[in-house]
Design a protein around this ligand. Structure first.
Ligand code: NI
Length: 255
């Protein structure tokens, strides 16, 4: 069985002590490929560095809505240059986060960065990976008004049926994380909405460890727990979910 973790942050400082050890353990565990996702300028550079040192790790670069306060629009020129690296397969994570940002003018800044980074993705012919939290309507509105030529992924997709339906209609892939294993998560209906050819798995490590590891530092080895939960809900085998999500990941990232 081969697994593809479509969203992890091995560029995070939480891996500074044992990054190479964890990367080796990850590949030994049956994860055949994974993405290292940037969220600001520094982490994007780090993601590329890690990807360049490992054949089966790929990078994205972008400025996330939660990193916008410390970023300026000039940095997007640098993101665009970085994204020309052949190991960079998407722009992201980008989007809107109204859970953490309550200030209206700062939400406007999030929208501006989101739109400008969609433009970079289109210019470089790349897909995007979207972070959206408590911002369903504005996220969909921006995607409708700013067509993404190579579609992309709703990363750690909120378990919101309307968002999933709209995302699918716009051609996007839906990626589920360890959140679907949490007690009280109610993932059945959202997961069953997503057809086999649009579903992806991820860890978002070092965050969001699936059960029974909730609260501990997460890494890509645990993506199997996400696949297991989807298999259970879709009433398919774990092998089949691994295969489907692997093929989908290769397709969206054009590997
Ligand atoms: Ni993330």
């Amino acid at each position: 069985m081969e697994l593809f973790d479509t969203h992890s942050h091995y560029n995070d400082e939480k891996f500074d002590e044992d990054r190479e050890e964890i990367i080796k353990a990850t590949f030994d565990s049956g994860v055949a490929k994974f993405m290292c996702i940037g969220y600001n300028l520094e982490s994007s550079k780090k993601a590329i560095e890690i990807a360049q040192n490992h054949e089966n790790i790929y990078a994205t670069c972008g400025i996330s809505p939660n990193d916008i306060e410390d970023s300026n629009l000039d940095e997007l020129k640098e993101i665009e240059e970085l994204a020309k690296n052949p190991k960079v397969l998407a722009i992201g994570e980008i989007g809107l986060d109204y859970y953490w940002e309550k200030d209206e003018s700062k939400r406007e800044k999030q929208k501006e960065f989101f739109i400008k980074q969609i433009e970079i993705a289109n210019k470089l012919d790349l897909p995007i990976t979207i972070h959206t939290r408590d911002a369903y309507l504005d996220t969909i509105k921006i995607l409708k008004e700013n067509k993404v030529n190579n579609c992309g992924i709703f990363h750690c997709c909120p378990l919101n049926n309307e968002l999933i339906k709209d995302g699918l209609k716009l051609g996007f892939y839906i990626s589920f994380s360890g959140v679907i294993t949490y007690k009280n998560a109610k993932p059945e209906e959202p997961i069953l909405l997503v057809p086999d050819d649009r579903i992806l798995i991820e860890t978002d490590s070092p965050y969001l460890s699936p059960e029974p590891f909730r609260g501990k530092r997460n890494d890509s080895r645990r993506v199997v727990e996400v696949a297991r939960k989807i298999a259970e809900i879709k009433n398919e085998s774990l092998d089949e979910i691994a295969k489907i999500t692997f093929e989908n990941a290769k397709k969206v990232y054009k590997i």
